[in-house]
Design a protein around this ligand. Sequence first.
Ligand code: PMV
Length: 332
Amino acid sequence: MTSRPGVTAVACSNFALCKYWGKADLERNVPAVPSLSMTVGALTTTTTVAPLGAAETADRVVLGGRPADAVTFARVAQHLDRLRARAGGGPRLEVTTANSFPTGAGLASSASAFAALTAAAARALGLTLGLEEQSDLARRASASAARSLHGGFVELPAGTPGTEWLPASPVEVAPSLDLRLLVAVTSESAKAVGSRDGMNRTMRTSPYYAAWVEQAPAELIRARAALAAGDLGALGEVVERSAMRMHASAMAAAPPILYWTSGTVEVLGAVRRLRERGVEAYFTIDAGPNVKVLCRAADAGQARSSLSAVRGVLTVIESGVGGPVQVREVPA
Ligand code: PMV
């Protein structure tokens, strides 16, 4: 805990309905494919950033009550350097952050983490930035984080080598579409291959990567149209295809990347059975073994009890659509 005045930001996680997987520019962290996500209200990161004294020569990062490991620290410090450069300088910072969910298990912890960090640190450094500017900055640390500044459904376009400005922005949704997301947690441990390494290996070695990049833009247009029309069936088809195609490209890498466990496959079967019983439910899977299931609010109870009964499912987290990042000053 800190006794210094600081800034606290709370950001929601997000899950991509159309996946980001692959970069057009590694140095600028520019996605090669457009992505579209739902902001997830039940999964949040709360981050407090406070300035350290002038004598301090390094940032401090405390994650879930413990000092961050070296890799996490380096990523956070690099992002703070980016924000200090934008502010024209500034003190070293103390970052205290906690997730409301397990870190690193494909629950998109880097998305809410870098969205909250960007919002809190920018304000602590005296920057007054709109959501788009914060989104563009967060994207440089983690592209999925660019989407977590906004609430609702959010699109991050693809860029090209050399793209500098690439923020995410909200997309239109039919008001009749009242959606819920159920996270079927099959593992709470950190994944073996992080999304950054996984997509880099896919780009370098998967013969399916080019096909993945080629088909993504048309799929995103279909998803956007389905959201605007309130057509869950059309949306769900695209959502499942996006996840399967992303994972197919990763599985074809050398060495192969398989994020799934037997529990993952069991959940896919349960989703199919729900649909056979007339419940419109659709799955997506990120860089981890957990499965996220999209359905109507009216069907969430039934879907939840089916998923909870699946062998290998530890718990089911239910979420509505989350809002944009919230920021408040913390007095000393
Ligand atoms: O932004 P990153 O490096 O955490 O990558 C996110 C990759 C996926 O979660 C698998 C897909 C996505 O669009 O969020």
